[in-house]
Design a binder for this molecule. Structure first.
Ligand code: SAH
Length: 220
């Protein structure tokens, strides 16, 4: 192993320890973070910060979410929906989708920026990951593949996307940051028959969910 790879492996282990220290306690989630190499989801010349607990630019005004944020959302999902079919909205770098794949979910993901979609398709294929990608407005969901046991929205929404909620299976949960453009509350909507149970957790700041049932303003 090269010296630089040793350093990277060490920083990777430290990142997982940091997540544990910050309160991520589910061992399945921590194991998935140890399994997926985050630097593979960065541009080749920007991998130095890959194991810092930060959000970084992936171009087109978008970011790869902070590991803590990804771990927090993933924990909310794993605790409610330990296995099954999961739809992610906002493929971005592909990191969250790869974490879901490492946990054994059958993963579907939608991205609205074509360059990011194409980059993710290539990356998943290179890494041999069986993740199904789609280009388009994720707020409309993926009718042909519904229902989903879990839906993870990785961009901030102004309100509940009703079409997406209808694509949840019975007892399925949607993890979604809801709020204004600057700050959102992590929210879990769980389907119970025709009703949805709502739980609200801590605040985060995401890039906006832009689409028919998201923000209409693309000036962000
Ligand atoms: N899950 C990503 C986070 C990327 S940031 C990761 O792990 O890297 C959020 C992403 O959501 C951006 O790439 C943005 O283009 C995308 N996005 C925003 N609105 C969307 C929509 N309506 N449908 C699909 N993708 C959307």
């Amino acid at each position: 192993m090269k010296e630089s790879e040793k350093g990277q492996a060490l920083r990777h282990r430290e990142m997982v320890e940091t997540l544990r220290r910050y309160g991520i306690a589910d061992q399945r989630v921590l194991d998935a973070f140890q399994k997926v190499q985050r630097h593979l989801f960065f541009e080749r010349d920007a991998t130095d910060s890959a194991y810092d607990d930060g959000a970084y630019s992936i171009g087109f005004g978008q970011t790869i979410s902070q590991p803590y944020t990804v771990a927090y959302m993933t924990t909310l999902l794993v605790e409610r929906v330990p296995s099954g079919k999961v739809l992610e909205i906002g493929t971005g770098s592909g990191y969250q989708a790869a974490i879901l794949d490492a946990l054994g979910y059958s993963v579907f993901t939608i991205e609205r920026i074509v360059e990011l979609y194409e980059r993710a398709v290539k990356l998943f294929s290179r890494l041999g990951l069986n993740i199904t990608c789609r280009f388009g407005d994720g707020t409309l969901g993926w009718d042909d593949e519904a229902p989903f046991d879990g839906i993870v929205v990785t961009a901030g929404a102004p309100g509940e996307p009703k079409l997406l909620m209808c694509q949840l299976a019975e007892n399925g949960s949607m993890i979604i940051p809801l709020g204004n453009a600057a700050l959102q509350e992590m929210t879990v909507m769980t389907r119970e028959g025709d009703m949805f149970r709502r739980e609200v957790f801590q605040r985060f700041s995401f890039v906006p969910l832009v689409g028919r049932e998201g923000w209409h303003n693309t000036v962000f």
